[in-house]
Design a protein around this ligand. Structure first.
Ligand code: PGA
Length: 252
């Protein structure tokens, strides 16, 4: 059986509303039918989420949230509830992206609360983990990744019908044009699966690689035995570069 191939497009804050609609319209035409083993999801900004959803209707492309708050309602100025994303048919929610952790001060505690709420809402969490350059240079990658997994998952009850996805995204590789060594990506992905299984006893864990993925390096990551797909930022926000990635890893 061929392994699953997730292609996740994190549009971050790269696109205005009109640009998001435009790209979604093109994607819906181009990727109306996906190969069975491939699952494409787009993560638009909160502001353009509903407009993108409208454009993607009728295609196989799924939707995800870039970030969400763990409570349903209340006095939380500027936040968007994960339960609202559920109502708007999101399938996935990114949790603990390094830009949230490092630029917006999201703590391990916040990440753990988000993981719980995302599962409760019925969405599948995509938990992002990864080391900084300094941590990599001091040989701490596994230690850091294990600690992030431990704090996000140890109090989580994952039911048999629930799934979680982990995105291994070295912080120093995000948006920098630098990528992780493929052998390190494979070793870390295998390690992540082992740690997750030990913590949660759940075997249904997929691992994605993220960090400066482009058309010319996508296959070298997607082909690794323990990598089940890609989480792409910059190169996912333009039709041409996204198409290059798709063509590199898919056969239609
Ligand atoms: P990048 O971002 O592809 O632009 O490096 C990846 C991510 O942040 O998910």
């Amino acid at each position: 059986m061929s392994k699953k191939n997730y292609l996740f497009a994190n549009w971050k804050m790269y696109l205005k509303l009109s640009e998001s609609k435009d790209l979604a319209e093109k994607l819906a035409k181009r990727f109306k039918k996906m190969p069975v083993e491939t699952e494409m999801a787009v993560f638009p900004s909160a502001f353009s989420f509903q407009a993108v959803k409208k454009e993607l209707k009728g295609s196989d492309i799924l939707l995800g949230a870039q970030n969400a708050y763990w409570l349903d309602k209340g006095g939380y100025t500027g936040e968007v509830s994960v339960f609202d994303y559920r109502e708007e048919d999101a399938t996935y929610c990114l949790v603990g992206h390094s830009e949230r952790r490092h630029q917006f001060g999201e703590t391990d505690e916040d990440v753990a609360k988000k993981m719980e709420a995302v599962l409760e809402s019925g969405l599948t969490p995509v938990l992002c983990v990864g080391e900084t350059l300094r941590q990599k240079d001091s040989g701490q990658t596994k230690e850091i990744v294990a600690a992030q997994l431990e704090s996000a998952l140890s109090d989580l009850k994952i039911e048999k019908n629930q799934k979680i996805i982990i995105a291994y995204e070295p912080v120093w590789a995000i948006g920098t044009g630098k990528t992780c060594d493929v052998s390190v990506a494979q070793e870390t992905a295998a390690f992540i699966k082992e740690v997750c299984e030990n913590i949660s006893g759940n075997g249904d864990i997929s691992v994605l690689y993220g960090g400066s993925v482009k058309g010319d390096n996508a296959l070298s990551f997607a082909d690794l035995p323990d990598i089940d797909g890609l989480l792409v930022g910059g190169s996912s926000a333009k039709m041409e570069t996204w198409e290059e990635i798709f063509k590199a890893v898919c056969t239609i």
